[in-house]
Design a protein around this ligand. Structure first.
Ligand code: SF4
Length: 337
């Protein structure tokens, strides 16, 4: 009974307020999967462009599976978290190999694909096939924490279990597609991290324990974040006529399989000490690392012989998948030139 009131208020709110987004207009598992992978760690406005380009270039899973990994990384360029793109490609190949095209429909099969966790599998199963699985993203954890006034961190094993138990009781098994879409959108637009006066206009206010107890703004609680690690890179941009020297990153490290200028990882002291012709230091922040990068430009008569590198024409750089840091450096370099 309590839930049915909540559903009707939530769905009414959704009907009036939801954004029109292309992946909401489809029940095609492939497209929903693509959008979900692109939107992990990416804002909707930025993800939308990438989504449109991906579906235009690879309209179905077979075409994506037969692309080269390099092409996929190149199209992904600028989105960051490149393991998502590598997993996307691997998953497409797995779906085709297993004969699950156009996209698997069983939750267990979807969950077994690389790059797919409980959230993404639940989102695909409910959005594409209306199956009763929860899809708990950051927005949903926030809404749940506030509605039920839960002050356990949601990102620990025990916390996740507790939130899932709450969700088991809340999920609308008759309309899982609508329920998951509505609660996610509600978290994105109404029950936002900074509440401002959103609670005053909230249709769920009378059912919200966080609001009643005055704790909503403090929720949800996270476990303490790991310390950010600083790293120092000196990049070497060799220019010989129209040519430059690049390498493919093969170490199991950030930007695996992207292309880059040759670089050395050094200590902070060494970075301060050494200085050639080059650009101002660029600081680039990743989720758990802060990269301090300096790009030194070497105009040479003959390219040095550096293991793992190869020569390309400068204008061919655009054909290679580069990290956002390197794109930023190239931007600065072009403005300087
Ligand atoms: S009353 Fe405020 S905290 Fe509670 S659900 Fe609504 S917006 Fe979120």
């Amino acid at each position: 009974m309590r839930n049915s009131l909540l559903y009707s208020r939530l769905y009414q709110w959704y009907e009036t307020n939801h954004r029109i987004l292309p992946w909401r207009e489809t029940q095609d598992g492939y497209r929903i999967w693509l959008s979900e992978i692109i939107l992990q760690q990416t804002r909707v406005a930025q993800g939308l462009d990438y989504y449109m380009r991906f579906v235009e270039r690879w309209p179905d899973i077979e075409s994506l599976a037969s692309a080269a990994e390099d092409e996929v990384l190149r199209e992904w360029q600028g989105l960051g978290y490149y393991s998502r793109a590598r997993n996307l490609h691997k998953a497409a190949q797995m779906v085709v190999e297993k004969g699950w095209s156009p996209f698997p429909t069983r939750f267990e099969d979807i969950r077994s694909l690389p790059g797919i966790g409980d959230y993404t599998a639940g989102a695909i199963a409910s959005f594409a096939y209306n199956q009763p699985y929860p899809a708990m993203d950051g927005n949903v954890y926030r809404v749940l924490a506030r509605l039920a006034d839960i002050d356990e961190p949601f990102d620990t094993t025990a916390g996740k279990k507790l939130f899932h138990q709450h969700m088991e009781r809340l999920l609308d098994r008759e309309h899982p597609r609508l329920f998951n879409s509505a609660i996610m959108e509600f978290g994105a637009l109404q029950c936002t991290p900074q509440l401002g006066d959103n609670c005053q206009t909230c249709p769920l206010q009378t059912q919200c324990l966080g609001f009643a107890h005055g704790t909503a703004e403090l929720l949800p609680v996270r476990k303490p974040r790991p310390k950010v690690r600083d790293r120092w890179f000196i990049y070497h941009i060799y220019i010989c006529g129209q040519n430059t020297l690049i390498m493919r990153r093969e170490d199991k490290d950030i930007w695996f399989h992207l292309y880059d200028f040759p670089y050395e990882e050094v200590t902070a002291e060494r970075m301060k000490g050494q200085r050639g012709e080059g650009l101002k230091e660029i600081t680039h922040v990743l989720s758990h690392q802060r990269i301090h990068a300096r790009y030194e430009v070497h105009r040479v008569q003959k390219m040095p012989d550096i293991a793992g590198t190869f020569v390309i024409r400068w204008e061919e750089l655009n054909d290679y998948a580069l990290s956002r840091l390197t794109l930023r450096a190239l931007d600065t370099l072009q403005h300087k030139a």
